[in-house]
Design a protein around this ligand. Sequence first.
Ligand SMILES: N[C@@H](CCC(=O)N[C@@H](CS)C(=O)NCC(=O)O)C(=O)O
Length: 218
Amino acid sequence: MNSELSRPILHGANSSPYVRKVRVALAFKGIEYDNTQQVPFGAPAEYVEKSPLSKVPCWEEDDLILPDSSVILSYLEHRYPEPPLLPAEPGPRARALWFEEYADGYMMPTLVGGVFFQRVVMPLVFKQETNEDVVHKTLNELMPKILDYLTQCLADDEFMVGGAFSIADIALASPFVNLAIAGEKIDAQRHPEMAAYIERIFALECYAPIVAEELPGG
Ligand SMILES: N[C@@H](CCC(=O)N[C@@H](CS)C(=O)NCC(=O)O)C(=O)O
């Protein structure tokens, strides 16, 4: 990195599953950066100028401003290609991007919104009661279907796509940190492969410190 340029900044609270995606990718690639604990709700005007949807994360590297975790990961992959976070072959590469989309567009709103947001954000940030019906439906109806699907996709493999750690694993594991913060984890009796898979991803060098610092007592 050019020493005359300032260190990149990752804006966004660490508890966001989308911010976590970027943090794990940065750790995996060994990229140094500064981190602001920007919260999206009620963000100041200068943040909304950078991130017009007032969401986190947002990446700032000199005059380059990139809101959106998937856009940031795509940039990082091109800008810092080694070690890679996407398979080289077109098919597996597209599959990895599908899992990123499935995690971002469905799992995070469903699992994080239905459990972490209800149990942690609602009472602590918004001073409102948890909707236990939403939590119950998420844990007992929606999450098992997600885990059934992912179990089938994983089959007997170590990683979700192409035999190596990728953006797919980063994104798929991220919401399970929020579930753990909210006191929930995968039922290892019912979904043993997925329970083992998430544990395996959390134990990786790029993921383990991030998980440890976020979990109670970590
Ligand atoms: N597609 C975006 C989603 C980011 C997102 O929804 N972040 C949440 C925090 S976990 C947020 O900022 N929410 C504020 C809001 O929706 O107003 C990304 O991948 O970065």
